[in-house]
Ligand binder design. Structure first.
Ligand code: FES
Ligand SMILES: [Fe+2]
Length: 306
């Protein structure tokens, strides 16, 4: 069942997380307001303290005995990392993602608006890790310069995470050095994919000849099998402080994501098969096969805990 959470920050700066449901008439507590450490429900004004215990029911007047079942589910474990809030209703099996570029002052960060759409989080993770679709899907953005053949690349798994590194030739049409005759059109590029289960993804593109690194972070929150919210940010170290160029880069990334979603949102069956014998895989699919294996292992581990 889909659960919703209310998250609020108390005056000491701590985040508190509960199920977003008042025990009285199940109104969403997220419509209420913070009163110091406490949360007041918007409907009948019941007040819950930082541990979720009800401490005031206005309709009973002062000094009334409060029903013992008047308490919130929670508080749940919560962590903040890189401007995002992660909630753990149960003990997490995987670590939080670490984003090196976010801690590196050489990079500027641009956030895309969150996108909620019809798509499956597993399929979107597959799509993010896939290197063989660029020339076919991204025809309106960067795909024209991309090779269709995918060469060998390395992949190292660590727990419920992996890193894959692919170095290859590509046509760098954006490099002003090409027009100036300083560098050839065909240059070297390194793609480094980092995946942390279940849905934290990062791609660093290193332009080995012209210099510069672009990083794309992609964090998926499945709302159900057919709906997902995408949180995505980019980091650039090659924009020389230009806010306009950063805005353009974010807009470009939105266009790239929309090209992917045009296909992803139209899958008939919005599900990622975890049985790797179901689909036909080729050499280029090493990352996305590992994605399936890791999600299968994670699911097995989670089921063992039940
Ligand atoms: S529903 Fe929250 S106080 Fe009544
Ligand atoms: Fe794509």
């Amino acid at each position: 069942m889909q659960e919703r959470f209310v998250v609020y920050r108390s005056p000491d700066g701590e985040l508190r997380v509960f199920y977003d449901r008042c025990p009285h008439r199940f109104a969403p507590l997220s419509l209420g307001k913070c009163e110091g450490e406490s949360l007041r429900c918007a409907y009948h004004g019941w007040v819950f303290d930082q541990d979720g215990k009800c401490v005031e029911i206005p309709s009973l007047g002062p000094d009334a005995t409060l029903p013992p079942r008047a308490e919130l589910r929670g508080p749940f474990a919560v962590a903040e990392s890189h401007g995002m809030v992660f909630v753990a209703p149960e003990s997490p099996l995987t670590p939080l993602p670490s984003l090196g570029a976010d801690d590196d002052s050489a990079f500027v960060r641009g956030d895309l608006e969150p996108i909620t759409t019809r798509a499956n989080a597993g399929l979107l993770a597959d799509n993010f890790l896939d290197m063989a679709h660029f020339a076919f899907i991204h025809t309106g953005t960067f795909g024209a310069g991309e090779a269709t053949e995918v060469g060998n690349y390395s992949l190292e798994r660590e727990g419920y995470a992996f890193t894959a590194v692919y170095e290859h030739d590509f046509a760098n049409r954006e490099d002003p050095g090409v027009a100036e005759g300083i560098r050839p059109l065909v240059q070297r590029r390194r793609l480094t994919y980092r995946y942390v289960a279940p849905y934290h993804l990062e791609l660093a593109l290193n332009f080995l000849d012209s210099g510069g690194t672009n990083v794309i972070g992609f964090f998926l929150v499945p709302l159900d099998n057919e709906t997902v919210t995408i949180y995505s940010s980019i980091w650039r170290d090659d924009l020389e402080g230009s806010e306009e160029r950063l805005r353009d880069a974010v807009d470009f990334e939105v266009a790239v994501v929309n090209e992917d979603l045009a296909l992803q949102s139209r899958y008939h069956d919005l599900a990622l098969p975890l049985d790797i014998t179901c689909e036909v895989h080729v050499k280029a699919d090493k990352t996305t096969v590992e994605l399936r294996r890791i999600l299968r292992d994670l699911l097995d581990a989670a089921n063992q805990d039940v």
